[in-house]
Design a protein around this ligand. Structure first.
Ligand code: PLP
Length: 384
């Protein structure tokens, strides 16, 4: 059975070009980049090349990039750095729809004495900017707002927010794990202080990430140790993975047009056809302000998990809400924050496409999903 993978917001396939550039660094070139000899020094040089490629993807300067182990570490590092640079300030702000990498850290900090403001979104998933701005105080240590939502694909106006926050002299961090590689990102022309990136969302392997730290931002390392990453993250570098992330960044920059012309078109076709063929189906989120690859669709009066299982039988890999929340029957906190009715939130499926998807695959889903929903509804006591 062929696998039809439409779960690219959960993770992506490692691009063959990425794997290829990594392999020598898992083999013959095993030197430590910190060594004095050129066997190690050559490796250090490759790390700097990767840093330059990643920096160029988001229009940063290479010395503003710190390699980490994942998006979660980048988020934790940024938030930790911000609050420890202003220890007297005890108020922190985020949104209600963040990934658990930020949400759970803020909840943890609230138990440690921080006052947390969670900025709401409306029914379309649009952030309440007035609420955000009205809650900024002299005691606010950091504002952390995601760039694009992993479940709905909703994009927040991060450049605009960063400018408003900057005027107040507050540190601004954005979790851009889902945005990077799917839309143009230009930190050089924004007021963003820190921005999180994850390799496995852009066709690099799992276990590598990065944090952009604007020059001049007060910073203290999360992993205290050696002098690696200019003292900003201790620990011998994950050489092969960093080189892979560099290559993936170069590919992502080259694939930007394909995102619009190929991925976006397939997503729109999938969405339009499913809405046409399946009654009581609705898109979660504002269709105008979304990532090109993502659609979250609610099929009322069916369980998302049952839909996933039936699709799985056909080799279709999607997700019900966030990958991290699947397995639990609680509707996702994102859909709840948007006020999606219970009957719809339960039957929500996230399709997240990628550059490797083909039109045939999308046609297959369009053909197979309507009868699945119909059969499940016929078994449901709530459907008549
Ligand atoms: N932030 C967002 C928005 C995500 O979607 C994810 C992963 O799904 C993360 C952070 C965590 O990234 P990682 O899996 O690299 O820790």
């Amino acid at each position: 059975m062929k696998t039809i993978y439409v779960d690219n917001n959960a993770t992506t396939r490692v691009a063959p070009e990425v794997r290829e550039v990594m392999l020598p660094y898992l083999g013959e070139f095993y030197g430590n980049p910190s060594s004095m000899h050129s066997f190690g020094g050559n490796v250090a040089h490759k790390i700097e090349e990767a840093r330059t490629k990643l920096a160029s993807l988001i229009n940063a300067s290479p010395d503003e990039i710190v390699f980490t182990s994942c998006g979660t570490e980048s988020d934790s590092t940024a938030i930790h750095a911000a609050i420890s640079s202003v220890p007297d300030k005890k108020h922190i702000i985020t949104s209600r729809v963040e990934h658990p990498a930020v949400k759970n850290l803020f909840e943890y900090l609230s138990k440690k004495g921080y006052r947390v403001t969670f900025v709401p979104v409306n029914r379309k998933g649009i952030l309440d900017l007035d609420y955000l701005y009205n809650n900024l105080t002299d005691d606010t240590a950091i504002v952390s707002i995601m760039w694009a939502n992993n479940e709905t694909g909703m994009i927040f106006p991060i450049e605009e927010i960063s400018e408003a926050i900057k005027k107040k002299g507050i540190v601004f961090h954005t979790d851009a794990v889902q945005a990077v590689g799917k839309m143009p990102i230009d930190v050089g022309n924004s007021e963003i202080d820190m921005l999180s990136i994850s390799g496995h969302k852009i066709h690099a392997p799992k276990g590598i990430g990065a944090l952009y730290v604007r020059k001049g931002t007060r910073f203290s390392p999360f992993l205290i140790g050696g002098h690696q990453e200019s003292g900003r993250r201790g620990g011998t570098e994950n050489v092969a993975y960093i080189i892979g992330l560099g290559k993936a960044s170069e590919l992502a920059a080259n694939h930007m047009d394909e995102m619009t012309n190929h991925v976006g078109k397939l997503r729109d076709k999938l969405e339009d056809e499913l809405l046409k063929r399946i009654p009581n189906a609705m898109i979660n989120g504002d269709r105008e302000n979304r990532l090109l690859n993502t659609t979250s669709i609610s099929f009322e009066y069916v369980e998302g998990e049952s839909i996933l299982l039936m699709m799985n039988e056909l080799g279709i890999c999607a997700s019900s809400g966030s990958a991290c929340t699947s397995g639990s029957l609680e509707p996702s906190h994102v859909l709840r924050a948007m006020g999606v009715p219970f009957t719809a939130a339960h039957g929500s499926i996230r399709f997240s496409l990628g550059i490797y998807n083909t039109e045939e695959e999308i046609d297959f889903i369009i053909e197979k999903l309507p009868p699945i929903i119909e059969n499940l509804r016929n078994m449901s006591p709530f459907w008549k």
